[in-house]
Design a protein around this ligand. Structure first.
Ligand SMILES: CC(C)[C@H](C(=O)O)[C@@H](O)C(=O)O
Ligand code: SF4
Length: 780
């Protein structure tokens, strides 16, 4: 899809503009989504919404589901079904709900019985579902991982999951272009995880807010695909909407032979390579923000605090409040030191750990396991380590590692060798830290309570975690080996041909009977909605405002993992800010604002620190606020996904960058007075009617809030345009249609057909989905 725009373009500009279905004057865009990944935690409420509205999944062939967050990582030799295997009731319900939904809507699904199951961000690339130049979304913040392929990939909330299921599109706006160039050669012992931790340490967790980051430079180009995925994965920890890397020969070689990528050397493959090769940024392209990093400045890097930006080289010491000039940062440092049980000035290498976790969507790929095994080989886990676990990212990775004997190396050393899943990265299953346990972890988040209530996480690379396991403390891996550079992936991972047998003949017949069109895998398009409905209108909102003097409040703090197991949107108010509101014994913390009068009845939250709602894409965060009674948050800035999710629930996240105005509002809140937010006139007033501040809000979002519009209904009114876009897509990038296993079944009429890409011939004359010739194929 060559762009008509002659201006030099970035990779992001190209992928974005190639997916525009419709554009409004204010820049609001309807963007087509090529790939939708689904997991059990963020989808139940989306499917429920779909069902309630009588809508269908528009593109089952572009949707891939798996179960990963809740699943046990214990042996699956005797696995028969989820109902018997998943012991925790609420986890079981979530997994079974996903299975019911994939059956109901005929989606491709990798369940616990399949070697193809794994962490959603591992399996997309592994299967060749993630391809260069595509738009990829998932109800999960680490969707940024897929950007390693030159795909525009970002995390969305549950309302947007429903929107994509129903329309295969999203309403969005263009972000800023940010370039991070890393030049030079990485020193031995330094890996891609160190690159990204170093970057986040430099730009901060809000450094990429409002931007899409393109990583480039010779150090990035030299990375394998696995290593590039680790970098892009943590773009969200840098606050960015997405992170991407231009596709090149390394990308193409990785994709060769993947089941859902075009077949190598076919006409489609050649066409795809031509398109993919056109994607790298034009040499003259302009970026809004540029950052340069010299690879030689990067050491093995570890976190000391409770934010991914709290990093130091392993050779450094724990910082103290005096190392920061800013008052808020001094306070955060004090709090982090207390939480982490650390004293300023302690050498990082003197910190003993209790547990080691080698896994997560950042670092559980075959290359990570190979590199860690090299460090561990012939050694034993130190006697002070209570538990060291390896959790491969997918069944295929586990099988491959076993073929190479890596499991034996880990087991002989004293590691547990587990089945695939998210596991101790967030502990939605039984793999958690006990209070005050310290963990060397290859995951991506070190928030308070992330791996278990009061647990302490230090983030690091796989080789560094392996080194910590064998010495019992944080250790500079370079002391254990001269060569801790990750190997380039070889041999290539073998992918299982197993397709989950979740449908019985009747289901298959029902799915096969669904009308589908020339796009080779599309459900009957639901008729455009007559009107849109659903959300309570937001015009003015008045009430008690609770002040919260904190920065970087993450969504794990707003609503922690144990409450994500619900399949409903309601009932979360009592768990809002759980870790802050309740003490370890379950009693209320009298010092927390929402436990004080009059704030128990707060309807507005006034946050004085920046970057509210960072971290996960869980829409449970706005649901919990809403359920508590808070429909408006006022803060200097927000993390992107939280900001978006809040609007989707008829709530107003109001940006107040002016410190003086914000303090004026916070003072009213501290005095326990009511304030009024008037969205129509864009003004905040005191209880006595005085104007406290004016505020800005995007026109389209304001319109939707005031009218209480459900934007799925709005998008469905553009059905004709979406269909035209799809027809065009079939012509230009035919490899994106019908590449699901399900479509293969439709073609062959067989169950359990091996997962081969399905070739859908492009129609010679462009036609609409209804078979009418396109009058002007360029008019869309
Ligand atoms: C459960 C999901 C919404 C969440 C995310 O979006 O990141 C999870 O994967 C996490 O890492 O916290
Ligand atoms: S960050 Fe952790 S919990 Fe989230 S998707 Fe990745 S592995 Fe799973």
């Amino acid at each position: 899809m060559p762009s008509a725009d002659k201006q030099p373009q970035t990779l992001y500009d190209k992928v974005f503009s190639d997916h525009i279905v419709n554009q409004q004057e204010d820049g609001t865009v309807l963007l087509y989504i090529d790939r939708h990944l689904v997991h059990e935690v963020t989808s139940p409420q989306a499917f429920e919404g779909l069902k309630n509205a009588g809508r269908k999944v528009r593109r089952p062939d572009c949707t891939l589901a798996t179960t990963d967050h809740n699943v046990p990582t214990t042996p699956r030799k005797n696995f028969k079904n989820v109902a018997d295997f998943v012991k925790e009731e609420d986890s079981r319900l979530q997994c079974m709900t996903l299975e019911d939904n994939v059956k109901e809507y005929g989606l491709t699904y990798f369940g616990l019985g399949s070697a193809n199951q794994g962490i959603v961000h591992i399996i997309g690339p592994e299967q060749g579902f993630t391809l260069p130049g595509t738009t990829v979304v998932c109800g999960d913040s680490h969707t940024s991982t897929h950007g390693a392929f030159g795909a525009l990939a970002w995390g969305i909330g549950t309302s947007e999951v429903e929107h994509v299921l129903a329309t295969q599109c999203l309403i969005t706006k263009k972000s800023k272009n940010m370039r991070i160039q890393v030049d030079g050669k990485l020193a031995p012992g330094v890996s891609s995880k160190d690159i990204i931790l170093h970057i986040i340490g430099k730009i901060g967790t809000a450094g990429g807010t409002g931007a899409v980051i393109e990583y480039c430079g010779s150090a990035i180009r030299a990375l394998s695909m696995e290593a590039r995925m680790s970098v892009c994965n943590m773009s969200v920890e840098a606050g960015a909407r997405a992170g991407l890397i231009a596709p090149d020969q390394i990308t193409f070689d990785y994709l060769k032979g993947r089941p859902l990528a075009p077949q190598v050397d076919s006409a489609e493959w050649k066409k795809a390579i031509k398109y993919w090769s056109s994607l790298p940024s034009d040499p003259e392209a302009k970026y809004d923000i540029e950052v340069f990093i010299d690879a030689k400045d990067i050491s093995p890097t570890v976190t000391w605090g409770t934010s991914p930006q709290d990093v130091v080289p392993i050779t450094g010491v724990v910082p103290g409040p005096d190392d920061f000039s800013d008052k808020a940062k001094k306070q955060s440092c004090e709090r982090a030191l207390e939480y982490m049980g650390l004293t300023a000035g302690t050498k990082m290498e003197d910190i003993e750990v209790d547990k080691v976790f080698l896994g997560s969507c950042t670092n559980s790929r075959i290359e990570d396991l190979r590199a860690a095994a090299k460090i561990v080989e012939g050694k034993k886990v130190a006697s002070n380590i209570k538990r060291a676990m390896v959790v491969p990212g997918s069944g295929n990775i586990k099988n491959q590692a076993e073929k190479e004997g890596l499991d034996k190396i880990f087991i002989d050393a004293g590691f547990e060798w587990r089945e695939a899943g998210c596991s101790m990265c967030l502990g939605m299953n039984p793999d958690i830290l006990s209070p005050r346990e310290r963990c060397a972890s290859t995951s991506n988040r070190n928030f308070e309570g992330r791996q278990g209530a009061k647990g302490r996480t230090h983030l690091m690379s796989p080789v560094m975690a392996a080194a910590a396991a064998v010495t019992g403390k944080l250790t500079d891996v370079r002391k254990l080996t001269d060569d801790a550079t990750p190997q380039k992936s070889s041999p290539k991972l073998e992918i299982s041909e197993h397709v989950d047998d979740y449908t019985d003949e009747e289901d298959l017949d029902r799915i096969n009977d669904l009308p589908h069109d020339s796009n080779g895998g599309t459900n009957d398009h639901a008729p455009p909605a007559k009107g849109s409905s659903g959300l309570p209108k937001f015009t003015t909102w008045k009430g008690i405002a609770a002040p919260l003097d904190r920065s970087n409040v993450d969504t794990d703090a707003i609503i922690p993992k144990q409450f994500l197991k619900t399949i409903k949107r309601t009932g979360l108010g009592s768990a809002l800010f759980h870790p802050l509101r309740f003490k370890e014994d379950g009693s209320e913390d009298p010092d927390f604002v929402l436990n004080k009068e009059p704030y128990r009845k707060a309807k507005i939250l006034v946050v004085t620190g920046p970057n509210f709602g960072c971290g996960s894409s869980r829409e449970h965060a706005p649901w919990a606020l809403n359920d508590f009674g808070i429909r408006c948050v006022i803060a200097p800035s927000y993390a992107d996904i939280f900001f978006n999710n809040t609007f989707k629930n008829g709530m107003l996240p109001l940006i107040m960058p002016d410190e003086t105005a914000l303090n004026k509002i916070a003072d009213e809140a501290r005095a326990g007075k009511e304030i009024e937010v008037d969205l129509v006139n864009q003004v905040i007033k005191s209880d006595s009617g005085d104007e406290l501040a004016k505020f800005d809000v995007e026109e389209f979002r304001k319109h939707c809030l005031i009218e209480g519009l459900d934007d799925i209904g709005l998008t469905m009114q553009l059905d004709e345009k979406i269909s035209k876009f799809e027809d065009r897509r079939t012509l230009d990038t035919p490899w994106l249609d019908g590449s699901g296993y399900l479509a293969k079944w439709r073609k062959t009429g067989k169950k359990n057909a091996p997962g081969q890409p399905v070739k859908v011939e492009a129609a010679p004359v462009p036609k609409t989905n209804r078979g009418e010739p396109l009058e002007d194929p360029t008019d869309w």
